[in-house]
Design a protein around this ligand. Structure first.
Ligand code: M6R
Length: 368
C-alpha cells in the first residue's frame, strides 16, 4: 500500500499535486461562483462577521499563519491566529460575530477540540478545515471545508499541510465573494492560479535532485536555521518543525526581519541557513531578504536559498540554490514548502530514522 515507495511519507510528498488538485475540485458552480459544499453558515451570517480567529496546532497552525495573510489581504476582516492549546486559557475575546476557523488534519486533536468547545460556549461560529470525514472536529463544528488529501499515514504532515493551505485560500476567496471585497474576475484569476499549482508542485518534485544531495552534505549538522518573511515565515517554521520531528536535529525558523534582534548571534561558520526568498514585487521584501542573506554569509554560515527560477539577484548570496516556479507571493508556500519536506525526509532516512513513526510522536494527539 506504499505504492512502491519505501516510506508513506515519501509517497505522501509525491501525492501532493494530486491532493491539491482534488481539494480544488468542484468548487465552482455553473455561474462561476465559488461554492463550498459544507458551508452551513449562511451568507448573511458571514457578512456580519467582524473578526476571524484561526486555531490549530503544529503544522496546521502554520497553515493558519498563511491563512491570516491571505484572508486579511483579500477580505480586510481582522484575522488572528492562535495555538489551540493557548486559546481557552486566556479568556479570548470571541462572540457571535466571530468566525473561528479550526484547522486539523485528523479532526481528533484534543487541544483544537477543546478550543472549539470554548468558542461555541461564547456563541462564536466555528468552521473546521479537516481531512478526515466524520471525525469529531467537523462533527462539532458549524461548517466544514474538507481537504481531499486522502489518508495521511506518516506522522509528519505533508499533503495534509498543502491541502490545508488550499482550503484556507478557498475560504478567503469565498469570504471575499460573499462580502464583495473582490470582483468576480479577481477571484477567478486567483482560482486559475490555484488550478495551476498541481503542475507547479510537480515541477518542484521533478527537479528535487539537488535537495537530495544537500541531505548528504548536512547529515551531521548539529543545528539548521530557516528564514522567511511574509508567508515565507510560516514556511520557515514548517521546515524547522519537519527537521526536528524527523531528523531529531535542532532547527529553528525565524522571520528574517528578526535576525538582527537576536538570532544573528547564533550564526557561525558552516551553520546551514535556509532562506525562502519572496518573489520580486512592488514591496521591498525581496531586497530585504537578500540583505539578510548577506549578513548570514558574512558570518561564515552556509546559505541554501529557495528562489524563483529567473531570480538572478540571489546568485551572489547563495551557496546552494533551489529553484522554485514563478507563482504569486500569497501562493508561494505551496511550492516553497516541498523542498523542505523532502530535505527533512531525506536527511532522516539517511540517519536511519523511521520517518513514518518518529520517536515520541503520535499521528493524532488526543490528550490535552
Ligand atoms: O491532526 P492535526 O492537524 O490537528 O494535528 C496537528 C499537529 O499535531 C500536527 O500537525 C503535528 O504538528 C505534525 N506531526 C506535524 O508534522
Amino acid at each position: 500500500e506504499k505504492g512502491g515507495y519505501d516510506w508513506f511519507m515519501r509517497k505522501e510528498i509525491y501525492e501532493q499535486p494530486r491532493a491539491v488538485a482534488d481539494t480544488l475540485l468542484g468548487r465552482y458552480d455553473e455561474s462561476s461562483r465559488l461554492v463550498l459544499d459544507e458551508m452551513r453558515i449562511t451568507e448573511n451570517e458571514l457578512r456580519s462577521i467582524d473578526k476571524i480567529v484561526v486555531i490549530a496546532c503544529g503544522t496546521a497552525f502554520y497553515a493558519g499563519m498563511v491563512a491570516k495573510y491571505a484572508i486579511e489581504h483579500w477580505t480586510r476582516i481582522p484575522c488572528e491566529v492562535e495555538l489551540a492549546s493557548e486559546f481557552r486559557y486566556r479568556d479570548p475575546i470571541v462572540g457571535p460575530t466571530t468566525l473561528v476557523v479550526a484547522i486539523s488534519q485528523s479532526g481528533e486533536t484534543a487541544d483544537t477540540l477543546m478550543a472549539i468547545r470554548h468558542a461555541q460556549e461564547q456563541k462564536a461560529r466555528v468552521l473546521a478545515v479537516c481531512n478526515t470525514n466524520g471525525s469529531t472536529i467537523p462533527r462539532e463544528a458549524d461548517a466544514v471545508i474538507y481537504t481531499h488529501a486522502g489518508p495521511e499515514i506518516g506522522v509528519a504532515s505533508t499533503k495534509g499541510f498543502l491541502t490545508q493551505l488550499v482550503a484556507c485560500y478557498l475560504l478567503g476567496l469565498y469570504l471575499a465573494q460573499v462580502r464583495g471585497t473582490k470582483f468576480g474576475d479577481e477571484i477567478a484569476a486567483t482560482m486559475a492560479e490555484l488550478q495551476a499549482m498541481p503542475a507547479a508542485i510537480t515541477e518542484v518534485l521533478e527537479a528535487i535532485g539537488p535537495v537530495l544531495d544537500l541531505a548528504g552534505e548536512f547529515a551531521d549538522a548539529p543545528s539548521v536555521l530557516f528564514l522567511g518573511r511574509h508567508v515565507g515565515y510560516p514556511v520557515a517554521l514548517e521546515g524547522a518543525l519537519k527537521l526536528k520531528e524527523l531528523a531529531y536535529i535542532h532547527a529553528e525558523g525565524f522571520a528574517a526581519g528578526e535576525l538582527k534582534h537576536g538570532p544573528i548571534a547564533l550564526l557561525e561558520d558552516a551553520l546551514p541557513v535556509f532562506a525562502v526568498v519572496p518573489p520580486k514585487g512592488r514591496d521591498q521584501l525581496h531586497a530585504k531578504v537578500l540583505s539578510n542573506l548577506q549578513e548570514v554569509r558574512a558570518r561564515g554560515a552556509r546559505t541554501i536559498v529557495l528562489a524563483e527560477h529567473d531570480d538572478t539577484d540571489v546568485v551572489p548570496y547563495a551557496d546552494v540554490l533551489i529553484r522554485l516556479p514563478k507563482v504569486s507571493t500569497l501562493l508561494q508556500p505551496l511550492v516553497a514548502t516541498v523542498p523542505l519536506q523532502v530535505f527533512a525526509c531525506e536527511l532522516a532516512t539517511r540517519k536511519g530514522h523511521d520517518v513514518d513513526q518518529p520517536r515520541n510522536l503520535a499521528k493524532s494527539v488526543t490528550v490535552e
